[in-house]
Design a protein around this ligand. Structure first.
Ligand code: NAI
Length: 273
């Protein structure tokens, strides 16, 4: 008996085995949940998600998370496959063409910016609004979206995604209120450490920043597996009163001004010059 025994969930964003969503799906299965996997139709062509679906015995339903019809179909078919309403949803979707093309914040392309907002933030709003309309999520269900501390503090390389993650967190709070009142559904975000995934490593200078964050955090960077454990906790019945929160899963990074290790590296560089 796992802590998600008998629960039914929808997991977005498992692209390959490095994806945070991949680890979440595996752990959900291990903890007794039945899941539907979904991703953008284009991600299906890579074929990796099929391996995961076979491993955890999950159905795949392709859906572009910016498309309302796709989302409606996703919920309707998921409820059919899983035999009832949904208990939890993971939103694990992020994409910025400005970042991918290495365009600085001061010169953002606005078409890319708007696309980034739609894919990475409005998609959460759309997924919740369709669920609400269809009454697809069980009372006391749980929705989790993944965020980054760039929503609160400035990191030059994070360009438009900083603004987009701030919007994502606000959408989670607003829906947490409305869905909470209506159905006691929880909506939270997890602010995750830099993690070596396709989306993460697409950011210029990611490896250097990954090491910086690791040295800065008293507990070191949180891995995708660590993130999966927090997701499972939030999907479970042990967290029924946690909602509208942004939970830092970052080894203490967000509360550290500077670590001694960071200062020692700086001092040794100064001494060597
Ligand atoms: P990933 O690249 O494995 O996952 C991103 C997913 O978004 C992919 O599966 C992709 O196919 C999906 N996606 C893109 N456009 C879509 C659309 N229109 N419809 C449906 N799905 C779409 O990378 P990762 O890192 O696992 O990303 C998951 C989430 O975690 C993202 O929200 C990301 O911003 C967030 N995050 C990642 C961190 C990192 O350092 N990797 C740190 C903090 C948060």
């Amino acid at each position: 008996m796992g802590i998600l025994s008998g629960k039914k969930g929808i997991i977005t964003g498992a692209l390959d085995q490095n994806s945070i969503a991949w680890k979440v799906a595996e752990l959900c299965h291990q903890e007794g949940a039945s899941v539907v996997l979904t991703n953008a139709p284009i991600a299906m062509r890579l074929g990796e998600i099929k391996k995961l679906s076979e491993k955890i015995n999950a159905t795949i339903i392709p859906a572009d998370a910016t498309n309302l019809e796709d989302i409606e179909k996703l919920y309707r078919e998921s409820m059919q496959h899983l035999g009832g309403k949904i208990d939890f949803v993971l939103h694990s979707i992020g994409m910025s063409t400005n970042i991918r093309k290495n365009i600085p914040y001061t010169e953002l392309n606005y078409d890319y910016y708007i696309k980034g907002i739609d894919v990475s933030a409005l998609s959460l709003h759309k997924m919740l609004s369709i669920a609400y309309k269809l009454d697809a999520i069980n009372e006391e269900g749980s929705v989790v979206a993944l965020s980054y501390i760039g929503a609160q503090r400035t990191f030059p390389f994070y360009t438009d995604m900083a603004d987009i993650k701030a919007l994502l967190e606000s959408i989670a709070r607003s829906w947490g209120y409305h869905y909470g009142i209506a159905k006691r559904v929880r909506v939270n975000t997890i602010s995750q450490s830099p993690t070596k995934t396709t989306a993460g490593t697409g950011i210029k200078g990611f490896n250097e920043f990954f090491d910086f964050a690791d040295i800065q955090s008293p507990l070191g960077n949180a891995t995708a597996e660590d993130c999966a454990k927090i997701c499972i906790m939030l999907f479970s019945d042990y967290t029924k009163k946690i909602t509208m929160q942004n939970i830092y899963n970052d080894g203490g990074y967000s509360s550290t001004g500077v670590s001694q290790k960071q200062l020692d590296i700086l001092l040794s560089n100064v001494n060597n010059n």
